[in-house]
Design a binder for this molecule. Structure first.
Ligand SMILES: [Zn+2]
Length: 578
């Protein structure tokens, strides 16, 4: 099954404390219609049989054609729409929406005629069976079979009965276990449908995860015991004297009043109403439909707990299939977390994936207790991973420095330029720089050219350095990480020249995956005036062409390192002729 959580959330937004009624049908029977029913002597609907879960018989007392706005004696299938017709019966087994519990649906049948009951609402004692004829016709005076959809009613009654036990569990957890700091827990409203139950209650603080866990535990213990649900009518005054009973403030109750208790017989309670023992049980005034045993609930999980207004909290609980779906979704998120941790190749990307998962968990409709623990676990994972990544980075940096030192030690003293390529440290700027720093710590007066290769990502980073003495001789440094794209390589040159215009610049853009490289060489006008040619410079490494002040050449990426050496050597000859 799927849970229309979004629809439910929207409904939660539009409903304030209390039940809230189907908006469109709010005035299905307006005062004019009610007056007409009274004038015509139609008796108020007797709905006592709604508590009996069986097919009942009744007589059609009135039919309202809502489309024409008139009471009619017969209605057929030609009048269509979800709220086209209202049928008033002398008695009904359908539950009309009340106390936050959604109405029953079902059919009225007479012979082969069928009337679909889509909504049931009560107006001034008249129960309107709202819907339309789907086949045949229906007339005033017809004796109809009332077939409530009990398959649908069961989870509704189950969720409604669950609100009683939830109310009890909240009192147990919040009042009895924290007697000094609590604000009395009293029901402020509820809304129940097939998929979930919403419960509003007075309380002065946000519930901690531990408190929510305790409420769930108390609730599910009672469900596991399959406690019996008792209902009966009790004289109002006697009912009010029962120990621990808390009527809803401002509510007017009939006399006698319908009562519901869970796990303790009402007959025993009524026989000794003042017994303090009754405070240990859920005992309430209630006219809703209930299940016979709490085991029907199967399992309850709280998926949200929020402030509705100052001093009023709102809880949403899922039961039965909806609870199982929410738990399964939570477990799937736990598995996602485990899968991310199982990847031993941890990196910043793993941390990012964990952060994304954490947000996903936050937005999910999974049990609060599971959600809170999972979010804590993910936070811990992120912290641990960041420490690990940092440690690994500093370890690699030490290694990179050592690598550079070893490279320098292996270099002939006469060598002025060293070119090296390594995939040990990927294309990480900090690490490639560490190789160079390590090298220079041993031999400072050498031009170093290091290519850091990240094979898995198909990219490489080149860092070239020249000692100050070389730079003074106008040899340019070379850096490239922009592939062999002309525009990008040119941008590197333009960037360089914007700072130092009077330098000949020779840049090789390497595209390792495609094994190609682009060379661009430029010379300042003052060099060109002395007959130096950038074309010659470019040609020193491969096939090239262009103008004296700017030329280019294409070479293989794998030849880039050699090209740097060759171009540097050629630059020396250029320099010599200046
Ligand atoms: Zn109830």
């Amino acid at each position: 099954m799927t849970v229309d959580m979004e629809g439910f959330q929207n409904e939660m937004k539009t409903n304030q404390v209390g039940g809230g009624r189907v908006a469109a049908a709010k005035t299905f029977l307006d005062t004019f219609s009610l007056d007409k029913l009274k004038t015509d002597g139609v008796p108020l609907t007797n709905d006592n049989v709604k508590y009996v879960w069986e097919t009942a018989e009744a007589t059609v007392a009135a039919i309202l054609n809502k489309v024409s706005g008139e009471f009619v004696s017969t209605i057929g299938a030609d009048v269509t729409g979800d709220e086209a017709v209202g049928v008033i019966l002398d008695t009904t087994s359908f539950y009309s929406e009340a106390g936050g519990q959604i109405y029953d649906t079902g059919v009225l049948e007479v012979g082969s005629s069928v009337y679909e009951v889509k909504k049931v609402l009560s107006f001034g004692g008249y129960v309107a069976h709202i819907g339309a004829v789907s086949s045949g016709s229906l007339s005033v005076g017809d004796k109809v079979s009332l077939k409530v959809n009990y398959t649908r009613r069961l989870p509704i009654a189950s969720n409604h009965t669950a609100t009683h036990q939830l109310n009890w569990a909240l009192r147990q957890a919040l009042e009895r276990e924290k007697p000094d700091s609590f604000m009395e827990v009293n029901q402020k409203g509820s809304l129940v449908n097939e998929e979930m139950l919403r419960f509003d209650f007075s309380y002065n603080a946000k519930l901690s995860v531990e408190e929510i866990a305790r409420v769930e535990e108390l609730f599910n213990e009672a469900v596991a015991k399959n406690l019996q649900v008792y209902t009966r009518e009790v004289p109002l005054e006697l009912a009010k004297s029962i120990a621990g009973l808390r009527p809803m403030f401002g509510e007017k109750y009939p006399d006698p009043v319908n009562m519901v208790s869970i796990g303790q017989s009402l007959d025993e309670i009524v026989a000794n109403p003042g017994n303090e023992k009754w405070t240990q049980f859920s005992i309430e005034f209630c006219g809703g439909t209930h299940i016979k045993n709490l085991g029907e609930v199967q399992r309850g999980v709280i998926v949200s707990e929020d402030s509705l207004m100052k001093g009023v909290r709102r809880i949403v609980m899922l039961t039965r299939d909806a609870a199982r779906v929410a738990i399964a979704q939570g477990e799937a998120l736990v598995a996602e977390h485990q899968a991310l941790l199982a990847d031993t190749n941890v990196s910043d990307a793993t941390v990012k994936a964990l952060s994304v998962l954490n947000k996903k968990v936050g937005d999910s409709q999974v049990p609060i207790v599971l959600k809170a623990k999972l979010r804590d676990d993910i936070d811990t994972s992120i912290k641990n991973l960041n420490v690990l990544i940092k440690q690994r980075a500093s370890g690699l940096k030490t290694e990179a420095t050592a690598y550079g030192v070893a490279l320098a030690q292996a270099t002939n003293d006469a060598q002025k330029f060293v070119v090296d390529s390594t995939d040990k440290f990927g294309a990480e700027r900090e690490l490639v720089q560490a190789v160079i720093d390590g090298f220079l710590s041993v031999k400072a007066e050498v031009g170093v050219f290091v290519i850091g290769v990240d094979a898995p990502k198909d990219k490489a980073l080149v860092i070239a350095t020249l000692p100050a003495s070389f730079v003074a001789k106008k040899l340019s440094e070379k850096k490239n990480k922009f592939g062999a794209e002309r525009e990008l390589v040119q941008a590197v040159i333009d960037g360089f020249l914007s700072v130092r215009a009077e330098v000949g610049v020779f840049v090789i853009g390497v595209d390792a995956p495609k094994d190609k490289a682009l060379v661009i060489a430029t010379l300042p006008a003052s060099f060109v005036a002395k007959k130096l040619s950038a074309v010659e410079w470019a040609k020193s490494v491969g096939k090239g062409g262009g103008k004296p002040n700017a030329a280019q050449a294409g070479i293989l990426a794998s030849a880039a390192a050699d090209a740097v050496v060759a171009a540097t050597a050629f630059a020396k000859t250029l320099e010599a002729s200046l």
